[in-house]
Ligand binder design. Sequence first.
Ligand code: NAD
Ligand code: UGA
Length: 339
Amino acid sequence: MKILIVGAGGFIGGHLLEEILKNHRNWHVIAIDINADKISHLLADENINFFKIDILQDSIEKHVRDCDVVLPLAAIASPAVYVTDPLRVFELDFEANLQIIKWAVKYEKRVIFPSTSEVYGMCEDEEFREDESNCVTGPVCKQRWIYSCSKQMLDRVIYAHGLKNNLNYTLFRPFNWIGPKLDDISNSDNGSSRVVTQFLSNIVHEKDIKLVGGGNQIRSFTDVSDAIGALIKIIKNENNCATRQIFNIGNPNNQASIKNLAHEILDLAKKYDRLKSLAEKIKIVEINPHEYYGKGYQDVAYRVPSIERAEALLQWKPKVPLKESLQKIMDSLFKTTSK
Ligand code: NAD
Ligand code: UGA
């Protein structure tokens, strides 16, 4: 199988590449990204061809034509940017990815597309279900929703191509996947990375941890090793188990408030030599959402997936508890640990 991964140098792409090159030696990967820093150690492998391409500038039509399966993972996935530069989010997350989908339809290729937990937005269901839960976004002046809307529109386009043109697709919806190399820890500006990296970089830079809106909002954190397990099953697609399906890929057992997450991370930090004295000085404080992200921000209070479908069709179940996942991330960054 020849797999095209666009955005292969990112968090998910990098972990997926590592797993494929380690355990799926009969697969060949065409990897595309503007940045290969996180995957440079993998590029000498004969099972991968890397192309440094900006998909906003150059066509990748020939690469779509030449593969069997395409995973278009390139996107902006940081909430701060949805507010500060919504048009860039639209151009990359929607327009550039729509073009890839059109090529996949033209050349009859299989598409595995990353939707997002964010499509459910402010849905009030206790567990979000792929075919039942409403997708609830806010008013246009809340620019945060441009990411959710871009992804939702692509979900709908892909679904429609499945019905009309027989497009062979799978949509997967990550729920706050976390792991080593999630984002860049060197920048600690407000909103410079997703929450786990943000809190760690705050500690490293000796800045207080900020709970946006008080920190009672709930997320379900999913260890990237569990998540990649689901992706591999989707790629394998045994007995067409993933064909024209939408899957929530998350860990409902790892639901936590952002406040609890902050305390958990700060407590763990005290066990690492490099962080101990910093963590003892840092406070956890509350901050107004508009002060932190700007006026175009609106938060998701509650986000927990139903994963019944992934359990039933993919025979997949996440295993890694949140604390273990946080420890793995911190070990990868700060090495010396005492449990
Ligand atoms: P990431 O930001 O780590 O990776 C995105 C990659 O795309 C980066 O390596 C970046 O260099 C590349 N890229 C950006 N612009 C590009 C361009 N113009 N041309 C070529 N490459 C470009 O994101 P991620 O966490 O790996 O997410 C991958 C996909 O999964 C995204 O579509 C994201 O929306 C979706 N997703 C992720 C999560 C999560 O928990 N990580 C949750 C929901 C959805
Ligand atoms: C994320 C991003 O939109 C995407 O990466 C992705 O598609 C999706 O959700 C997902 O991973 O499933 P969100 O969970 O809101 O959205 O983003 P984070 O930056 O990880 O923030 C989580 C929560 O922590 C938010 O409520 C945010 O306000 C809060 N937060 C963040 C703080 O309280 N303090 C901070 O310093 C940073």
